[in-house]
Design a protein around this ligand. Structure first.
Ligand SMILES: Nc1ncnc2c1ncn2[C@@H]1O[C@H](COP(=O)(O)OP(=O)(O)O)[C@@H](O)[C@H]1O
Ligand SMILES: [Mg+2]
Length: 303
């Protein structure tokens, strides 16, 4: 995936989790190579167009000396697995970031629940890819996984640029998206040398915030859905499982199926479903909200 011909000597790595030192010796004193859970940062090998939007947040690590370390699985899913990844320059606390690496699956075991209703009105530009996807060849499966990754990266880029609460998309490399890790507390952007939380923010489904916070979340949700609608889009799979609760704010994730409200014949139905699902959660947390009103408000912003 990532080719390096001449590996520079690896600086002593101090940020590795304890597990790496299980042998009691520093593996890097014995072997200048990378640990199996590490790679050189892929930042410089991805094309410019495959990187996140400007202005790039200050915490994004772009140094060639940076190392990507897989810190473990956040969640495995039917279509993609999400890993916690550290991208950092060893011995330089100023160049440290935690990322969520979402890796789309291209294997036969992958079962997309995102069915054709989502992709109607979407175009696969390269006809070779389209035919391969239809044939379901292994090239086609890889291409399909990359299409979903591309769609999610494009949606994150558009929404982040429009000021919606989504993780900052750092880069896309084939079927892998690297994005801002949404931790329990501060976002990566607020790290200032202090160790960031490596615990992911809980999904909305799991939290029971106080009344004031529920209201604040509702305002944020309406605003986020409004940004999407104003650009002619709906999330398409919005639920309390695809919204993270990070303290006082919510962050919307899981956007590969974002749909075009005009081009997609099911667009308004799917928008209505998003409204219904989210309003049910807010009602279960004591807020008197109405999906019909939310839907009407969003449609008014779309046209
Ligand atoms: N940027 C992120 N920061 C923190 N956790 C994340 C992030 N993206 C995904 N996750 C975690 O991974 C889970 C699955 O991600 P999601 O994008 O919803 O994929 P899917 O539902 O298709 O498997 C999320 O519910 C969340 O717990
Ligand atoms: Mg999800």
């Amino acid at each position: 995936m990532h080719e390096h011909i001449d590996l520079p000597a690896l600086p002593r790595y101090t940020g590795a989790p304890e597990a790496f030192d299980a042998s009691g010796t520093d593996p890097y004193d014995l072997d200048p190579d990378l640990h199996p859970d590490q790679r050189w940062s892929t930042w410089s090998s991805v094309e410019k167009g495959m990187r996140g939007p400007e202005p790039r947040p200050g915490w994004v690590v772009t140094a060639d000396a940076a190392i990507d370390t897989d810190l473990g699985v956040l969640k495995t899913g039917k279509e993609a697995d999400v890993f916690l990844l550290e991208r950092a320059v060893p011995d330089d606390p100023g160049q440290f970031s935690l990322l969520a690496a979402k890796r789309y699956r291209s294997s036969e075991h992958r079962a997309f629940h995102r069915d054709s209703a989502y992709v109607e009105g979407r175009q696969v530009r390269r006809s070779r890819d389209r035919r391969a996807i239809e044939r379901k060849s292994s090239y086609g499966r890889e291409a399909a996984a990359a299409q979903w990754a591309n769609a999610e990266f494009a949606a994150l880029t558009m929404l982040w640029s429009a000021g919606a609460p989504v993780p900052y998309p750092v880069q896309i490399d084939g079927t892998e998206i690297l994005m801002e890790f949404v931790g329990e507390h501060a976002s990566s952007g607020e790290i200032d040398g202090s160790p960031a939380s490596r615990v992911a923010a809980p999904r909305l489904a799991r939290v029971r915030p106080d009344g004031g916070t529920v209201e604040a979340y509702w305002d944020q949700l309406r605003h986020a859905m409004g940004v999407l609608a104003a650009h002619g889009y709906a999330h398409g799979d919005l639920s309390p499982y695809n919204v993270l609760a990070q303290g006082e704010r919510i962050v919307i994730i899981d956007l590969p199926q974002v749909l075009d409200l005009v081009a997609n014949p099911h667009g308004t139905d799917l928008l209505m479903r998003d409204c219904r699902t989210m309003c049910a959660w807010f009602r279960s947390r004591g807020l008197d909200v109405d999906e019909g009103e939310l839907f009407a408000e969003l449609i008014a912003q779309a046209w």
